[in-house]
Design a protein around this ligand. Structure first.
Ligand SMILES: Cc1cc2nc3c(=O)[nH]c(=O)nc-3n(C[C@H](O)[C@H](O)[C@H](O)COP(=O)(O)OP(=O)(O)OC[C@H]3O[C@@H](n4cnc5c(N)ncnc54)[C@H](O)[C@@H]3O)c2cc1C
Length: 414
């Protein structure tokens, strides 16, 4: 049965959800206080992954904990005050660092990512956005044999799950990416992982598809939700919109929105930064390079070479701290020749992270017609389409495209 749906939040997750619902024949309004795709979804590395199956809280994290806590890894910065204030959350997060939980999460993520990549390719073709798409676009590069050896566990898991990758040595790296300086001794290319040259341009093209299919984009700051007979009222200041269903897809703000209805979502924020640099005169990069020792990624985009930082764990709205991205840029210059910084100041986004590093894609347990689609952490661009198709299936009472049990809302006492 066709229904009316309001999607709260127009990041890539909300946009894909609105698009999938609209294409399935539902009457859909997408609400965002900004132009869609201008928060976390704006500045990411553009990787459309089917291979990112190892959650951050895996057994290796426990082994690296002393180094991480001492601030010796550029890939992770944290606010001690935030960690102490949320100690229960962090202990729970670390409790997932077991081989069995990591393996279970890997299978769940793979199913969601495969479904998503397939749908991304369909939508990219429908949107005429093929010029944005790159194949085999994700490389993990290692500066030492020691760090490559530490990556072995992930390769074993990828072998088990059927992720296809190729290992390159120093000379082979030079041949495929001649723009890289010879600082890497090994690189692992994910054979089927794709990427886009501009995540915001991709989102814009999906929004255009959504509007062409009859969907409505409504600019406004949602300030309240209220269940009424037969549906929902959504408050945007003085304005009230009504629908039979509401999807909360507000990314890092989703826990706040769900809290209005009494849900306690175990969410924290892994903030990240980017800066663009003008390409150098030498050979350009062909793919996103994740420097596994340097703690950053380096991506050729429509806007320049985008350097993205690792993780900063702190309050969602704490003032930005640019130290991590500035040091990331210095590290990136060791590996690839680039000219001046383009942006006046770094961009910052907030990865929404649930305590088990998996998103929540489900019906809200205590409210009919309310749906959760958030917590996509490091992989929201990669996992948005599959999440969207899952919500459509649930609303329509159909079989979901893959097992949604790992993503259920009731896995936590919310
Ligand atoms: C540095 C960095 C690199 C990354 N690289 C990758 C990558 O290569 N590949 C990948 O798959 N993922 C990557 N990610 C993760 C990815 O960007 C996120 O998982 C994804 O953007 C989350 O999307 P979202 O739609 O859930 O949230 P958002 O993009 O933050 O969207 C939420 C939207 O909700 C709106 N909103 C919130 N509250 C309200 C309200 N009350 N009323 C109205 N609107 C509201 C906001 O304005 C916002 O537009 C990266 C993240 C970072 C920070």
């Amino acid at each position: 049965m066709k229904t009316s749906v309001i999607v709260v939040g127009g990041g890539i997750v909300g946009v894909c959800n609105a698009l999938a619902l609209c294409q399935a024949g539902h009457q859909v309004t997408l609400i965002d206080r900004k132009q869609p795709g201008r928060e976390t979804s704006y500045g990411n590395a553009g990787v459309l992954s089917e291979s990112s199956i190892m959650v951050l809280n895996n057994p290796n994290m426990l082994r690296s904990l002393p180094k991480l806590l001492l601030g010796k890894s550029l890939g992770l910065r944290y606010s001690l005050a935030f960690v102490l204030k949320n100690l229960g959350w962090f202990l729970k997060f670390l409790s997932y660092c077991t081989p069995s939980k990591t393996r279970a999460a890997a299978f769940a993520l793979r199913a969601l990512q495969l479904s998503s990549l397939e749908q991304h390719k369909k939508w990219i073709a429908e949107a005429g956005a093929e010029h944005l798409l790159r194949e085999a676009a994700w490389v993990k590069a290692f500066r030492s044999e020691v760090s490559f050896a530490k990556y072995r566990d992930e390769m074993v898991l990828m072998d088990d799950i059927g992720v296809r990758y190729t290992v390159f040595d120093r000379e082979q790296i030079r041949q495929i990416e001649p723009g890289l300086k010879p600082v890497y001794c090994k690189a692992v290319i994910m054979n089927e992982t794709c990427g886009v040259a501009s995540p915001s341009a991709l989102t814009d093209s999906y929004v255009a598809l959504f509007e062409a299919a009859g969907g409505t984009v409504h600019r406004g700051d949602v300030s309240g939700l209220s269940g009424v007979k037969g549906g929902w009222q959504v408050f945007i200041g003085e304005e009230v919109l009504s629908s039979e269903n509401v999807v909360i897809a507000a990314g890092p703000w989703s826990s706040e929105v769900a809290a209005w209805l009494g849900y306690r979502i175990p969410m924290a924020w892994e903030r990240g930064y980017h800066l663009h640099l003008q390409p150098g005169d030498g050979p350009q990069l062909g793919r996103a390079i994740c420097d596994m020792d340097g703690g950053y990624a380096m991506v050729p985009t429509l806007h320049g070479v985008r350097i993205t930082s690792g993780v900063e764990i702190t309050e969602r709205d704490a003032p930005p701290n640019y130290d991590q991205i500035i040091r990331s840029v210095a590290n990136a210059r060791d590996a690839h020749e680039m000219k001046d910084v383009i942006d006046e100041e770094p961009w910052m986004g907030r990865r929404p992270t649930l305590v088990d590093s998996l998103p929540m894609i489900d019906a809200a347990p205590r409210h009919e017609g309310l749906w959760f689609n958030f917590g996509h952490q490091h992989l929201g661009l990669s996992m948005a389409p599959g999440s969207a198709l899952s919500i459509v299936a649930m609303i329509e009472g159909d079989e979901p495209p893959f097992d949604l049990y790992p993503f259920r809302a009731t896995r936590f006492p919310i």
